[in-house]
Design a protein around this ligand. Structure first.
Ligand SMILES: C[S@@+](CC[C@H](N)C(=O)[O-])C[C@H]1O[C@@H](n2cnc3c(N)ncnc32)[C@H](O)[C@@H]1O
Length: 253
């Protein structure tokens, strides 16, 4: 298949991009048990909260745009945007689905991302993204997310959210063993993609950017997230889904 040129000017082999994104989806499935169920629940919640198909959707920290592509296919006619800080992952989104999904670079650790993304979204998702932020930034994230949603719009934040009580039972059903394998698969994925000569400039950009950042490691309970969403002025906030130590919060603006 012919090479595709992403908006960053990077020429990528389209078949290779398809393989990398499929492998990414597998790696993420290793991190998040029940990921397919989570995605289905998120989509149903998005359709229910509005009583119609969403027309503007934003996936934050959306990586190579796998979920964004699924949402764009599920809701034809919806304007779906991925925002991410990582130039390599954005190049994969642009290389794979340039006409289906809009890609924007943005840093969720500063409120400027919300201005850049614009307002009026029906649905905003952040899957396995918030743990990259420091706690004050994660709290501020809820203010900014509410700002970009239209009234009645839905925010879904899915991440590691170990919780009191329920989690102690659920953790026994979902031990962290799978996480070590997922970490290995993650490292292998990045090392495979880094071999592509055409991506070298973006990898250099990425290395410089992440060098100055503390490693991702923020984890808070689901109730912490619910409290942060309510404090940010969301009208409703609660648990949408849980599988082991992973959970998703839904909040209605
Ligand atoms: C574990 S990946 C999850 C990607 C995607 N949501 C998924 O489920 O496939 C975390 C994502 O968050 C992005 N990210 C990390 N820190 C970020 C920040 N400060 N602003 C925007 N995106 C960020 C990473 O580049 C990466 O794409």
């Amino acid at each position: 298949m012919a090479p595709t040129t992403s908006a960053s000017g990077t020429a990528l082999d389209r078949d290779q991009v398809v393989r990398w994104r499929a492998a990414w989806a597998e790696v993420m499935g290793g991190f998040v048990p029940g990921l397919a169920t989570l995605e289905e629940i998120v989509c149903r919640a998005a359709e229910t909260v509005r009583g119609r198909m969403p027309s503007r959707v934003l996936d934050l920290g959306g990586g190579p745009g796998v979920l964004a592509e699924r949402m764009a296919n599920r809701w034809p006619g919806a304007a779906v945007t991925v925002m991410d800080i990582d130039p390599v992952l954005l190049a994969l989104t642009r290389g794979a689905v340039p006409d289906l999904v809009r890609s924007l670079d943005g840093d969720l650790s500063s409120p400027a991302w919300a201005t850049r993304a614009g307002e009026g979204y029906d649905v905003v998702t952040a899957v396995m993204t918030l743990h990259y932020l420091a706690p004050p930034q994660a709290r501020a994230f809820y203010d900014d997310a509410r700002r970009v949603l239209s009234p009645g719009g839905l925010l879904v934040v899915a991440d590691l959210m170990p919780d009191d009580g329920v989690a102690s039972v659920m953790n026994a059903l979902d031990p962290a063993d799978g996480e070590a394998a997922a970490e290995l698969a993650w490292a292998q994925w990045w090392s495979d993609v880094a071999e592509a000569a055409s991506l070298r400039p973006l990898f250099a950009e990425r290395a410089a950017m992440f060098q100055a950042r503390p490693p991702a490691g923020f984890t808070a309970s689901a109730s912490w997230h619910v409290t942060a969403a309510r404090a940010a002025g969301f009208a409703e906030a609660g648990l949408l889904w849980r599988c082991g130590r992973h959970a998703a919060l839904a909040a209605v603006a």
